[in-house]
Design a protein around this ligand. Sequence first.
Ligand code: AHM
Ligand code: MG
Length: 313
Amino acid sequence: MQNEAVCPIPQRISLNHHIYRTGNVPDSLRHLILDISRAAKYIHYAIRNTEAGLAGTRNQFGEEQEKLDVLSDDIIRQHLCESRVVASYVSEEQSEAVELDPTAPYTVVFDPLDGSSLVDVNFAIGSIFGIYKGMHVIGSTPGDQVAALYVLYGPRTLLVYSVGNSVHEFILNEVGEFILLREFLGVADIAKNYSPGNLRAVNVNAGYRSLMDVWMKEEMTLRYSGCMVADVHHILSKGQGIFTNIGGGKYPLGKLRLVIECGPFAYLMEQAGGAASDGTQSILKKKIDSLDQRSPLIIGSKTEVKRVCKMLK
Ligand code: AHM
Ligand code: MG
């Protein structure tokens, strides 16, 4: 144990300090999260200094890649390589898992820049990360994650992480350090805000349409930006709310990917006392069959998640 008289608790709690004081995790995991946070600082810089525009290439799902998508993917890859603790990684921008070192302890799954089509209009965007032990995620469930975090690049850049001991929020300060803003974020059971994704599904899903009517009748507040990181952060930050991305129309299983989008957020939401379901089962219990698997997502305040699942049945 370190000498506390010589190393007192600092006035500003850094991410590093917070993980080792609160997290109770192996140093290798702490280092990995710090390396990811370093990558995020470069992405933060790139967003502010790169001309928005298309890279002219397509990702594994046939979607046009933004310049910043490609750049963010490169930045993260470089930092994962440097960390020396990553066995393999899965990125939205790569069609297959990328092996780095089979003897290393962790696999990182990530969406390097979620909501990147919003860059041009200067809306908030984010990066999402989930961390598993070992080198394969196929066959596991998101409940096997040992940590999850996201970074929200908005008017301020925020990092929110969990290593299985609640959820904690940091802000990037002017000297480039993530400093503790709020710890032990909690999500209440009752939602007052709603964030309905893939709304085109109301044309084929009468339950989803009725749900919208209920939310409007109950005069709940609509909060939807089109960036999942920003929209789910809204719930964690306000301490209540519901976010949905239901199957139907263009996206029969919903737009979001189980591994890189639903899984990390489900882990964080449950750590904050909320819930995450695909309509029939907890996202954390859902078996990963493929890296590009899509899943409906109902996430946020527990009572509302239950009500939505019931209405959509
Ligand atoms: P992306 O990973 O290509 O950016 O897409 C995911 C995003 C989510 O952030 C967001 O919730 C969803 O797409 C929005 O979809 P829609 O415009 O259909 O509501
Ligand atoms: Mg995404």
